[in-house]
Design a protein around this ligand. Sequence first.
Ligand code: ADP
Length: 855
Amino acid sequence: MAKHTPMMEQYLKIKAENKDAFLFFRLGDFYEMFFDDAINAARELEITLTKRDGGQEEPIPMCGVPYHSASNYIKNLIDKGYKVAICEQVEDPKTAKGVVKREVVQLITPGTVMESNMLDELDHNYIASLSHFQDGSYVVVYNDLSIGENSIALISHGWDAVIHELYNQPIREIVISPNLPEELQNQLYDKLNVTLSYQEEINFNAEYRSLCDNLNDERLVQSFSRLLNYIQYTQKRSLDHLQPAKVIELDYYLSLDMYSKRNLELTETIMEKGKHGSLLWVLDKTVTAMGSRMLKKWLERPLLSRQEIEKRHDIVDGFYQGFMERDTLRDTLKSVYDLERLAGRVSFGNVNARDLIQLNQSLAKIPEIKKTLQQFEQPFIQELGKDLVFPEHLVSMLDTSLIDDPPVSIKEGSIIKDGYNKKLDEYRGASRNGKQWIAELEQKEKNETGIKSLKIRYNRVFGYYIEVTRANLHLVPDGRYERKQTLTNAERYITPELKEKEELILEAEEKSVDLEYNLFLEIREQVKELIPEIQHLADTVSKIDVLQAFATVSEANNYVRPSFHEDTLFIKNGRHPVIEQVMTEGSYVPNDIELNQSTNVLLITGPNMSGKSTYMRQLALIAIMGQIGCFVPCDEAQLLLFDQIFTRIGAADDLVSGQSTFMVEMLEANHAIANATENSLILFDEIGRGTSTYDGMALAQSIIEFIHNHIHAKTLFSTHYHELTALEGTLDHLKNIHVRAEEYEGKVVFLHQIQEGAADRSYGIHVAKLAELPDQLITRANNILQELEKTDDSAKRENPGQLSFFVEEQEPKSRVLNTKQDIRLIRELKDINVFEMTPMDAMNELYRLQKEAKK
Ligand code: ADP
């Protein structure tokens, strides 16, 4: 076989070291890709696939993207979960002997992107690492490389807890050991939709030793090293903005399992997966990107410490009262740019002068923020300002060094102010003087030659030249002008003195551009030294922003400050914070709720669509809002501090996940039952619905009994099995409540109002009527119902003390069924699995059954 060309040899060698990435191989003004990379990239990026002769018989598939627009192509690949290795020429092609030396200078991966066009401004971009240990524990490390933040958590409750922890975090990539069992790797990939990367070597990287000083558990150190090594491997440079890992003690936070994070729509909605319609959407009245990111983090981890929560409430209260000052504060915060990401870019080395101007403008706002905080009456708000240390030196250095409106490029000058550097001033003086001299020369030549339109201009090819239009050529002095170029309408000339001056000007300009670049790098280094201070400022500003956002949203939506109690939860006129926003003002029906020592379990009955699950979610959302430090949507709130919230609500996305609804139901129920404590909140919506009636009802009852008798968690259980309401008679701490519905002119009107006691009937047929099923069908259903109720009553009389669903499904029922056809129809109806049908199929099936029924 023919040999590859030397350049292809070089390519193949580098590609072999970067197998799992697209290799962007720099050739002149292009990044080229070859072989499979080219074929795949052409497909993914929709660019033309070409061929190149590589010394072999077969030409090599090739495609390329221009260097200057590469970032959009890279973003496209990264968004799809791929990695891109950037391979540059690392020596000057002019001086290189043989093939120009090339090296991978950075491996861009979904979790390590730093470029602002690839990042969501309002969200973190995490890379995580996961390590597993012999004792069955796991350690998760999160890193947001764009801001240098690291946090680390030890999980000792098994694998499921790992998935619950990682779920819903903004993780793009997880670094694992290749030894992690494949089944677990698959789960990570399927459940979290992330890129998996491998890092075997976890020997400690000495450069980052100090980042681990606060970690006193070898497992934490090992996991952190795995991540740091991977970062080092991909970024290939030292990063000064990486912060020591903050240890997340999971026991300090209210724990929300995967199902609750999803069902409660805290940061994104189930259907659209967007922020709009989530609790975050309602609460996010922050005015900085940093604040918005912090709010999201707080929502993921509500607090457990009453003291910490009340500290936040105090501040929110202060901000709430001082609305004038708060307005001023918001205005000032609005002009604070993303300090965290700016600091990250300074460290990474891709910051430009415009970024530093933004940094400076933001830092310059610190005294104003401090002053506004001082204007609040409350000492604890004034205290907040103490953490804001104004980096006066840095600000004045940036003030005196950088031009207010610098260009994007840092290599073309016009960045540094006059007066900042003596040498630079000299070069600039020389260039300005030279230009002045040329302007004077132009005037002088005009006078001497009498050519009014004579011009002295500059271009890159000829430098400075004198231009005379064709009409005036006869006035050109003999001998003194040397012709350089002929145009249609003019001639261009040079003179020795013009060339001499040009040399001086160009030399001064070149030197000044070089010097400006070096000065900029020096300035950047000085900023680098203050990165920890900037990060600390950013953290405090974010906190202030979130707390003012809480005050702002609380004022706008009439939220009240909650208090916390040992054993009684009482919410007066509670509202669902999101639904009330999407409804016309005043149309949301508020409801009370009380849970105390004598009532742990509320059993909720009521027609479908009456508001049962809204009522349950409302409680969870109010609890979470209270525990993140926000005020809550009601007239009065005494809350309990919940340690965990478990939910089983809705079936909307179960079909998507491919598991049967009932299996998902049982998994979620089991998760709650296995982990809940008496301080937890459990919300079960229609448990048992996914299986046959008797089966489901029996399960529902036993689940309620188990929670009631063994777990004692505060529980809301909604059901359409009316028979379950009889449990109030046997379970001391269970109370029935129902959603009121009224009949008005033969129709049901949902009042969305919660009342004590059980609902008297199911209203299902009325809902069917609302859905405009044919009158004949409705009448028939009413008849069947009446017959069934009669049967049921007689069955109850025959089996006193027993719930009706324990009665065998036998003889009596057949009395209400008139014909064999009826029985068949009902069987068919029962066998339909509505949850596995498309709406169209359901319509067709309904149409068919109705046609049968009419026969
Ligand atoms: P269920 O769980 O009983 O089937 P939902 O809780 O899903 O009912 O509520 C159905 C719809 O009723 C909701 O989408 C909402 O628009 C409306 N709703 C629920 N509760 C209220 C309320 N308290 N005030 C006004 N509208 C409500």
